[in-house]
Structure formats: C-alpha cells, structure tokens
Design a protein around this ligand. Structure first.
Ligand SMILES: *Cc1c(COP(=O)(O)O)cnc(C)c1O
Length: 454
C-alpha cells in the first residue's frame, strides 16, 4: 500500500493573510482593563510596550490581516510546513481512527514560535525600534526572537525562567549564536527580579516573573519595546498560518478533521491550528470537536478561575480576562517549560467560555510515554510541550477504537525535542516524577486576584 503520508504545499501557497477569529465570534472579547482605574484601556496605553501596528492587530476585528511581503519572504525558509498522516502510529494503536499532524518543528529553531517572532521583529524594525526585551520559559521563544532579531538587526534581551535556564543550557547557546543576550530570571537587573530574590533567594522563577522583568526594562527606554511569545491576540493571529495551510493540506488528503488537538501553554500554537477551522464552523461550515491539552501541574483551563488578572507577577501589565491560577502562582519545575504559565490566552479562554473548545489535563510521565511511542512509530521526537498534544491525540484514537469509530484526528506537533533530550534521559532513567502543584499556594494565588472581579 503506497498511500501518501506527507502533504506538501508549493511555496506560493504560503498564506497571504492571517485569519482573525475576532471577526466571527458570536460574542466579543471582554475588554482589557487599566489596573489602576479599572476602565478599558485604549491603543495609546499600550504604546510604550508595542509598536502601533501590533497594537492595532491586537484590537482588530478584520477577518483577514495581510502578511507583509518581507515576512512571507522569510517564512519561505520553512513554510508551508508539512502535514503528515501518522499511519505507523495508527497501526501501533490498532485504531480505526485516522491521525494527522501538522509539523511546525521544521522552523529554524524547531517550533512554531518563529511564525510570530519574525512578524513581531518586522513591525518593530518598521517602527524604528533597536532593542526588544522578552521572557522565555523553555527557551523556544527566546531563541526564536533571537533568530528574528538577527535577521532584522535588532538587539534582543531575554529573561529566561531560572529552572529552564539550568535544565536547558543549549537554548542559551542558541540565543547567543543568534547574537542575543540571555539572563536567568529572577535576575538582579530589575526591581521586580530583586524583589522576588529578596523574599526567596532560591526562586526557580516563572514566566510571570520573567515577563515583569522584560516589561520593566522595555518601559524605561524609548528605543526599546517588549515582545510576548504567546497569550496576546496578535501572537495567536500570526500562528494561524498553520491552520490555514492545514485546511488546504487536509483537502489534498481528501479528508476533514472531526477532532482537533493541541497543547496549551499560553494558547498560541493551539489557536494557530484550530482558529481557522473554528472560523469555518462559525460561518456555517463543518463542525469540529476541539480539545486543548494542558499539564496537570499547571492547569489554567481545567482548574483556573475565569477572571480578570495580571499577565505578570510584578503587576506591571494591564488586566485581562482569562482562565488563571493567579499571577503569583509558581508551578512546579516540570520539563514542559513552555506550558508553565499561570494564565491562558484571553481568546482561548473566551472560546472555552463559549463552549467552542474542550480542555483536558495530563501528568508529565504519561505525556513522555506518549512522546516515546510517537517517536518510535513516526521518527520524530516531540518537544516536551508537544507530547501533551500527542497524548491527547492518542487518547482520542483509543476512544475511537473502543467505540469502533473511524474519526479523523488532526493535532499540532508544534516542535521537536532535540534541545530537550535531558528530559528524555531523565524519563528513561525513571527520574521523572509527576509533580502536583501546591493546593494551598493555588488558593492563595487565587485569593489575591485583583479586586475588579468583585
Ligand atoms: C512555547 C511552546 C509551547 C507553548 O506555547 P503556546 O503559546 O501554548 O503554543 C508549546 N510547544 C512548544 C514546542 C513551544 O515552544
């Protein structure tokens, strides 16, 4: 049997526009609020942090937003990204389901992150910005922005969550190879970092803390802006190239997904795959079931509260309505560093609230087991974050087997794990544990939600 397993689009099929689901939502997103006044903020309030082009994308309700030609030009290095059918995995699972995956690990840094890093660097360059500060968890975002900074000639300063800084030294080497500076967070460079270290000199850090550090540095200088690798509307927007391509590739395969699966840290790779499909559904097209998979040790969608909260621990950001574990919540140091954020993208939270998506959570060991099973069948070692999507897809395939259904499953394999092999070494040595978050710490973090919720 020689049925195709790989669906490749020609270069001229790189999307010409990103898809903005805000145009098709049955109810608009709740407004972003000023933390001092509790009133909705406007574009000018965000101007110290982001170039205006990105702020306008953040609040846009246009269905299509044109991708600048210089950005498409750079996308050509790895886009359109391939879509595969996982025939050997299907066989290993003995499932009647068909499993497809969109593979974003073909980018220069091995994940979906450059889809937005390149776009953000482009708009910053266009606005005359010379330096961008940012945070990074596992280092995927820091290295992607470093890559984009090298292309556009922008200095990049990265605050990297300390636990990952120590677990993943090669990510820092990659950032430095691209010319960026990478500092372990919390650091002594910022007031927010020093405040944390004073209370807890051994702090392992968190994305919320690293964001405070990066925002603080950007707010101080006119030639410096801040960039975020997930969560915000414009970031999710840039990631829709994956879903737009996937719709066309599923057509090539003569199929359409019944179920979509993605892992969720801040929600960007997930939304990038699913939003174009959900848009079709919202405009009266095919219905899809959509499953978000998150780590059980940092379960914002399944255990968090849908409430206004700060995006960072130091409370420098505006208030956004999202599923949150509380901005002071520090998750345990499990290996999927990219999934250790206390909140979920407001847009993904909103989709969940509207009943358009489901959410589920898994422990890290069962995710690594799924990652290993996938690697042995398909030859790609997934990033620790991506193993959550693999686990979710395998569970759906096994459900199909139990129910005798031949559904079509599509998931986002958002990155490879070549910089995370220490995690696989630990897994095989039996050293990985299923860490739970501290219930009392969660209760405390939730009790500290801003008063605008009352
Ligand atoms: C950063 C990252 C994630 C988590 O971020 P999202 O915005 O939820 O996509 C997931 N997987 C990989 C490979 C990442 O690099």
């Amino acid at each position: 049997m020689t049925e195709s397993v790989k669906f490749t689009l020609p270069e001229d099929r790189i999307p010409k526009a990103w898809y903005n689901i805000a145009a098709d939502l049955p109810a608009p997103l709740p407004p972003v609020l000023h933390p001092g006044t509790g009133a909705p903020i406007g574009p000018d309030d965000l101007a110290p942090l982001f170039p205006m082009a990105l702020i306008l994308q953040e609040v846009s309700t246009d269905r299509e937003i044109e991708i600048p030609e210089p950005v498409r030009e750079i996308y050509r290095q790895w886009r359109p990204a391939p879509l595969f059918r996982a025939r050997r995995l299907e066989k290993a699972l003995q499932t009647p389901a068909k499993i497809y995956y969109k593979y974003e690990g073909v980018s220069p840094t091995g994940s979906h992150k450059p889809n937005t890093a390149v776009a953000q660097a482009f708009y910053n360059k266009d606005a005359g910005i010379h330096r961008i500060t940012t945070e990074t968890g596992a280092g995927q975002w820091g290295s992607s922005l470093a890559f984009a900074g090298a292309i556009f000639g922008i200095d990049i300063d990265v605050y990297m969550v300390r636990v990952s800084f120590e677990q993943k030294p090669y990510r820092k080497a990659l950032m430095e190879a691209f010319g960026a500076r990478c500092v372990a967070s919390p650091s002594t460079e910022t007031a927010s970092g020093r405040a944390i270290l004073e209370k807890n000199p051994n702090s392992t850090g968190s994305l919320g803390i690293a964001i405070s550090e990066a925002v603080e540095m950007a707010a101080q200088r006119d030639d410096t802006k801040y960039a975020l690798g997930s969560v915000l509307n414009h970031v999710l927007l840039h990631q829709t190239v994956a879903g737009i391509e996937a719709i066309e590739q599923m057509e090539m395969a003569g199929d359409y997904p019944d179920v979509l699966v993605g892992c969720t840290g801040g929600g960007s790779n997930f939304a990038g795959l699913v939003n174009p499909f959900l848009g079709r559904q919202l405009r009266g097209g095919e219905k899809v079931r959509v499953v978000a998979v998150e780590p059980a040790a940092c379960p914002s969608l399944t255990r968090g509260k849908y409430a206004y909260d700060f995006g960072d621990t130091g409370h420098l950001t505006p208030l956004v309505k999202m599923h949150t574990l509380g901005s002071t919540f520090v998750p345990p140091g499990f290996h999927a560093g990219g999934l250790r954020y206390h909140g979920m993208a407001p847009l993904v939270s909103h989709l969940h609230q509207l009943g358009l998506i489901e959410a589920t959570a898994y422990m890290q060991k069962e995710c690594f087991a799924a990652g290993v099973q996938f690697a042995r069948a398909e030859g790609i070692v997934p990033a620790p974050e991506a193993t959550h999507a693999v686990k979710g897809a395998i569970e759906e395939a096994l459900r199909c087997k139990a129910e005798g259904k031949s559904e079509t499953i599509l998931f986002n394999l958002c990155g490879h794990g070549h910089f995370d092999m220490q995690a696989y070494t630990d897994y095989h040595a039996g050293k990985l544990t299923d860490q739970s978050y501290d219930e009392s710490e969660l209760a405390m973090a939730l009790a500290g939600l801003p008063s605008v919720n009352e």
